[in-house]
Design a protein around this ligand. Structure first.
Ligand code: ZN
Length: 299
């Protein structure tokens, strides 16, 4: 009898400690992210202001922070995939750090959540009229995609790239530790004329994190219709995909570590990136659509 009480007691302890861990690590809602952006704009009115790139299909403005006043305009966007809240945490920390200390000569737009409804539900996909779409397959590309622009969020981001003439882009995801560059779609012709420059930028971005760097298809897997390829292919924007950390569900200490090793790296990438878009950004290779089978839709 005493023994079974003990078992019950320890089970209760385990359950409550698991519950405590979950509560502690529970990520915020999109409204909390918006509140943080408003707070930063209020604290640093000289060089931070809230901007909206347009409304999502959920009817919410997709907000970011414009930080600095420089003529070179760069972009950091997180959470194309709603479940990847660790990337939003890194974007929030980066926005705070840049608001405290902007990069001279640059305006950096930090958008912590692109997929607003997915973020609140902790689900990868973005829902429209009862259908679900992968926002990071919804851009046009030389080998196709799953869109383009089935979602208002991706269309809004594409318009914003064009309107602001964005020069460099960091797009933040979780979960395999890597920083990668184009091309990442269904082709065997993976090189661009700028492989060396991309590699240098990725190395600059990973001094603290020591994440793996390389070509997107080689390090992760090929995927059509991604934002990181679109930004370079369509606009010649210097584009790096960050796969942050080691899990889609980092706890508080893992989030702190992701922030510690990635915020300085993203800043360094922006400091070292060219001040003008790439000239030779067309794709001159051949698509092999059999490679579509390798897209796992999990990063
Ligand atoms: Zn992702």
């Amino acid at each position: 009898m005493r023994r079974s009480v003990g078992v019950l007691f320890s089970t209760a302890l385990v359950t409550s400690s698991l519950f405590a861990t979950q509560v502690q690590a529970a990520p915020e809602k999109y409204k909390d992210v918006r509140a943080l952006l408003a707070n930063l704009a209020a604290r640093f009115p000289a060089h931070a202001k809230v901007v909206s790139i347009g409304d999502s299909d959920a009817g919410l403005p997709i907000e970011g922070l414009a930080i600095g006043q420089g003529p070179v305009k760069n972009l950091v966007v997180a959470t194309h995939h709603g479940n990847e809240y660790g990337s939003t945490e890194v974007a929030k920390a980066l926005a705070t750090s840049l608001a405290e200390s902007p990069i001279l000569g640059q305006t950096i737009y930090v958008i912590p959540v692109l997929n607003t409804s997915g973020y609140d539900l902790r689900q990868r996909w973005e829902r429209v009229n009862g259908s679900y779409f992968d926002a990071n397959r919804d851009y046009p590309g030389p080998c196709g995609g799953e869109g383009p622009f089935k979602l208002k969020s991706t269309a809004a981001l594409a318009r914003f790239m064009d309107q602001e003439q964005i020069v460099s882009v960091a797009t933040l995801h979780t979960w395999s530790p890597a920083v990668v560059y184009p091309w990442g779609f269904s082709t065997h012709d993976l090189s661009t004329p700028y492989d060396d420059l991309f590699l240098q930028l990725a190395q600059a971005a990973t001094v603290e994190s020591k994440y793996q760097v390389g070509n997107s298809s080689e390090v992760i897997y090929p995927a059509n219709g991604t934002f990181e390829d679109y930004a370079f292919w369509k606009h010649g924007a210097w584009s790096l995909l960050f796969e942050l950390g080691y899990t889609h569900t980092p706890n508080d200490s893992a989030v702190k570590e992701m922030i510690r090793v990635n915020v300085p790296g993203i800043r360094r990438m922006m400091e070292q990136a060219p001040r003008q878009r790439a000239e030779k950004h067309e794709f001159t290779g051949t698509c092999d659509l059999r490679l579509k089978m390798l897209d796992r839709h999990d990063e």
